[in-house]
Design a protein around this ligand. Structure first.
Ligand SMILES: C[S@@+](CC[C@H](N)C(=O)[O-])C[C@H]1O[C@@H](n2cnc3c(N)ncnc32)[C@H](O)[C@@H]1O
Length: 255
């Protein structure tokens, strides 16, 4: 994965300024002499999760400031890292009305064609967090746990028009949607399902827009979103760039 992208507004590691070029304090050879692969993984994960957290802070402030009431829907929940960010930021905005829907197979990725995915690590069952384990993470986090509802199943089976109608019947309306399911086919199912649950101002956050495929809009989740947006009754206004991989869009009525 490239760590840079032309739209990059990554949350950077803390910068120490210094009086002289290069004007910021950069670790040099001596400090990086023992830099390992573990350090690299930790460094990238911290920077990526920090960028997502900064997004959740802004997104919930946006929802609050625009008085957009509705629910949080996450498609691709795994270790509840982003889900916990949503719960915490909703609590900080005192959004007691919000419900939190976790859509996942809770059995990991579906079967995927190794020729069509950009990494060999994506195989059937990869990235699995079982439903009980997910619920335990949420309970341990201790924020709005009673408002979390899990919806288990592979999307091509579980995300039916009947389910969308049932959710609408429960007055479910999306305020913030996180699409973090990696695969083109998964994103197609998710985005098709979402259409009737959208409302003006709902934020759609695509976690994997530029991940893999050298950032190409012609593949992966980005391709699924382009196809969906072209056919949708809604207009999706580009909103916040999230690190180098993700972006949010504001759902708007078409002109
Ligand atoms: C990258 S992980 C999500 C990470 C999570 N948002 C976090 O912050 O911890 C991708 C998740 O998408 C789920 N997933 C991908 N495709 C799916 C499908 N077609 N049906 C159901 N779940 C799917 C996987 O089970 C996995 O939990």
């Amino acid at each position: 994965m490239s760590s840079e992208h032309k739209h990059c507004h990554a949350v950077l590691p803390p910068v120490r300024r210094k009086n002289g070029e290069p004007w910021v304090d950069l670790p040099g050879g001596a400090e990086l002499a023992a830099w390992s692969t573990d350090d690299q993984v930790r460094y990238n994960q911290q920077n990526r999760q920090a960028a997502k957290h900064a997004f959740y802070v802004s997104a919930f402030d946006f929802l609050h400031d625009n008085d957009i009431r509705g629910d949080y829907l996450e498609f691709g929940c795994h270790r509840a890292r982003t889900f916990r960010m949503a719960l915490t930021e909703a609590r900080r905005q005192n959004m007691d009305f919000m419900r939190f829907y976790a859509f996942d197979s809770f059995a990991g990725l579906p079967d995927c064609d190794p020729e069509r995915v950009w990494t060999k690590t994506w195989t059937k069952g990869a990235l699995k967090t079982g439903e009980d384990e997910f619920k335990a993470i949420i309970a341990g986090h201790g924020v709005y746990a009673d408002k979390v509802r899990t919806v288990p199943g592979f999307y091509d089976q579980s995300l039916t028009p009947q389910l969308a109608a049932r959710l609408k019947g429960e007055d479910c309306r999306a305020a913030l949607i996180c699409v973090d399911c990696d695969l083109y086919e998964s994103a197609v199912s998710v985005l098709g399902f979402l259409e009737p649950l959208l409302q003006p101002g709902a934020l759609v956050y695509l976690d994997d827009m530029f991940a893999g495929y050298k950032g190409s809009p012609l593949k992966g989740v980005y391709k699924a979103f382009r196809e969906f947006a072209a056919a949708s009754a809604w207009h999706f206004e580009p909103h916040i760039q999230v690190g180098w991989a993700g972006r949010s869009f504001v759902t708007c009525e078409k002109a």
